[in-house]
Structures are given as C-alpha cells and as structure tokens.
Ligand binder design. Structure first.
Ligand code: FES
Ligand code: FE
Length: 435
C-alpha cells in the first residue's frame, strides 16, 4: 500500500476527510485502473454518433484505447484498439464508417466485431493460424441507457440500470426529455489538463459553491446565483453519482423552469423562445415535479459528467495521476432547428470549450489543486469535505439523499465509493493470490 497508509486513513469513514495523496500517488493510480476502471461501467459515447452499420468512434477505458462500432447485426461492439499481431492500433481515426479495420503494420484485417478476417502473409506459409483465436480483444459487456453507451471489462458486472440506480431518473430529465431524442454534434473537443482525473468529476458532482467566487467576474451578483441559493440542492441518487439541481417551487411559471442558460451572457431571444417551446411537453413526458427541475451538473461514477445549462457531456480520461485528456461533446435535442443548434453550440464553446470562459477558470483551479496536493513538506492533515455533514436527507419530491447546494455529501459519497471499490478489489486479488 502506498505511503503505508491504509485506505481508511486516505478517506475517513464518513468521507469528511480526504488525504491529498489520493490525487497524486502513482501506486494508488495503478490500483484505480485495476480495481475501478476495469470493474465499472465506463461511458463510451452516444448512439447518435454511430447510427448506421459500419459507423464507429474511438474511446478509452482509463488509458486503454477502444473502438466502439455498429456491426452488421446492428449491435454495438467494443474492442481493444490494439492489433493481435504486434499491438499497433488498427483504427487511427476518431470516428467514421468502415467495414474493416486494417492494421497499418502488416495489414491484418478485422471486421466491426473485432474478428480477424484476413492475414495477407498467410498465403506464403504452410501452417495456417487459427483466425478465430486472433481477433481483437472484445470488451465483454456493452449496454446502453437512453442512447448513452457504456462498456465494462468485467463480465460479471451488475446490469447498467442497477449501476445507475436513481441516477436514471435524473438522466431522463435531459436524455428522455424530447420526443425525437437528443444527438451529439460532431467530434469531441479534446485537451489535456495537468490534474488528477477525479478533480473535474468532483467539480461536476455538485461543487456549485465555487461558482460566484472562481467565476465571480461572470456570475457574481447575477439572478442565477440568487436563484441557486434559494432553490439549489445537491443530490446523491446513489453513492458515487451526484448532481446539482434547482427545484423550483410549485406554481412557478414555465418560463422560470425551462432549461438552458436563460438570460446569461446575453442569450439570443430566439434561443430563449426555443427553450420555452421545448419546455412545453416536459410535464407530459416526465411529470410535474421534473418540469420544475432545473439541473446544473451531473457526474456518473467514475468519470462521466454532464453540464446542463450548456448541454455538454464530458469524460475525464486519466493519463497518469497528474494528467487527463478531457473530452467534451455538445449535445442537443435532435429535432431542434439547425440554426438554434448552431447558436447553442457557439454558446457552449464560448463557455465550456477548451478555451471557454468558465472552462478555463475551472481547468486552472484543477491543475493548481493537483500541484498543491503534490508539494513537498505539506503536512499530513487531510482535506476537509465536511460541509453540511449529516444534514442530507430524503426529499418528499425527488429521489436520493438531498442536501443544500453547499452540502459536500456528493464528494463524501464519491470518495467513499472510491475507497470501497479499492478495498473490495484488493481483498479479492489477495484471495486469488492465496488460492
Ligand atoms: Fe498489426 Fe502486424 S502489428 S498486422
Ligand atoms: Fe466552474
């Protein structure tokens, strides 16, 4: 165990104290890959990115590259993007449509399911390799929820809907909001940030408290901040997952409940009109309570996040304890008018693209948080995550444990889940070794 500290000293039993080393320690990072990323449902992409047979996108499970493709049987297959001959990636594009993946080194060729279909050199030798044994390694479990594609390296993982639990009720608020569904537009923005992978996830789980301060030049004194303080709630629908919402009081007029960055940064009146129109069917589709819910940000354990007002899905792909590749997609109602999609995409990019006004401030905070956690001569006291400790409770209208918008229970539950999964993984591995 790194630093001779047991996991219970890294995250206290109530989650209110977290050791800085969980963000920096290389040995812990290896354990995370082994016991968290290989055992948990990991977000791969959205079905709207691969609607047709032959469509594919690439993604990662931790640092392992994968291909996500729609095969001839219309099913989605996830395979490790590493040639079974000598390990070269067989797919070098971010997305596209193909019947075959041809390895650039010796042209071994694989179909969309990862099966090996040809070895050019085979004709010149007498012994014939068994191609059935030489396909790309397949990720054994792939499931979708309302278009969101997840995969897991562990064949025995729980069903995706069990894993999501009550988080699904909140995911539906956006991913099941529109008659025609939603779509992901274009390729993701990708950039690297020198921080630990958990930091952006923690931020999107419910760290609303930084808004008026870190983003003070944009947000301080705005009606949105007041609304957040009056109606904001931090929710943990299932330990590890979390979100922030504003639950508007009963009887609030529709225009005060619609989703989107209404009124912020000079939002176009035409867009606000679209947002008003798109809100009209919400009660019918999702019920009265969810028509009053204005979510802000979500995270699904371990590394998927979603920002509502700007409609962006993002994944924090680890690249060692101190670096991430951050991927961010714009998502929107599929049937929205094209010019509205365009305007909202520009708004997303301005705020949360790689050079976005808010994103830049967050990324700087995460990288400084990482550096600050990695300094020499730091004391061994833990970080305090105890704001609102034990104040979270059930809510009469919405599922999960609910606290005020400054209650840090979302982070406590995330790090306890992190600790529990590592403890369980280590225990199971030691059992295997004893056998
Ligand atoms: Fe892929 Fe040789 S490494 S064909
Ligand atoms: Fe922020």
């Amino acid at each position: 165990m790194p630093m001779d500290l047991p996991l219970s000293k890294l995250v206290s039993d109530d989650g209110s104290h977290v050791h800085r080393k969980i963000f920096t320690d290389p040995a812990l990072y290896e354990l995370e890959k082994q016991h968290i990323f290989s055992k948990t449902w990991i977000y791969m992409g959205h079905e709207s990115q691969i609607p047709k047979v032959g469509d594919f996108i690439t993604s990662f499970i931790a640092e392992t590259p994968v291909i996500v493709s729609r095969a001839g049987d219309k099913e989605i297959y996830v395979t490790i993007n590493s040639c079974s001959h000598r390990g070269v990636p067989v797919c070098r594009a971010d997305q596209g449509n193909t019947r075959r993946f041809v390895c650039p080194y010796h042209s071994w060729t694989f179909n969309n399911k990862g099966d090996l279909v040809s070895i050019p050199q085979e004709r010149k030798v007498c012994n014939k390799p068994d191609k059935a044994e030489l396909g790309l390694k397949r990720v054994p479990r792939v499931e979708t929820y309302k278009g969101l594609i997840f995969a897991c390296m562990d064949e025995n993982v729980e069903p995706l809907t069990d894993f999501l639990g009550e988080m699904a009720w909140y995911l539906d608020c956006f991913f099941d909001r529109f008659d025609g569904g939603i779509e992901v537009i274009g390729s993701p923005h990708k950039w690297t940030i020198n921080c630990n992978w958990k930091l952006p996830v923690e931020n999107h789980l419910g760290d609303i408290g930084h808004g008026p301060y870190l983003h003070g030049s944009i947000l301080q004194g705005t009606p949105q901040v007041q609304e957040l303080e009056d109606t904001g709630l931090n929710v943990v629908p299932k330990p590890g997952h979390g979100l922030s919402v504003r639950l508007m009081p009963e009887g609030t007029p529709d225009e005060m409940c619609m989703f989107g960055m209404d009124g912020v940064a000079g939002m176009d009146p035409e867009v606000n009109q679209y947002l008003r129109e798109s809100h009209k069917k919400v009660t019918e589709r999702l019920g009265e309570v969810r028509s009053r819910l204005k979510p802000l940000c979500y995270s699904v354990f371990p590394n998927l996040s979603f920002l509502w007002p700007n409609m962006t899905l993002r994944t924090s792909h680890p690249r060692g304890p101190g670096q991430i590749e951050y991927w961010s997609w714009f998502v929107i109602e599929k049937n929205a008018p094209e010019h509205i999609k365009e305007k909202l995409k520009i708004h997303y990019t301005m705020m949360f693209g790689p050079g976005g006004l808010l994103e830049g401030e967050d990324a700087e905070a995460w990288s400084q948080q990482f550096s600050g956690s990695n300094i020499d001569y730091a004391d061994d006291r833990t970080y305090y995550y105890g704001l609102g400790l034990d104040e979270e409770e059930s809510h009469p209208e919405i599922p999960g444990k609910v606290g005020s918008c400054f209650n840090e229970h979302y982070a406590r539950e995330f790090y306890l889940q992190w600790r529990q999964r590592l403890e369980q993984g280590i225990q199971e591995t030691s059992k295997l070794e004893i056998k």
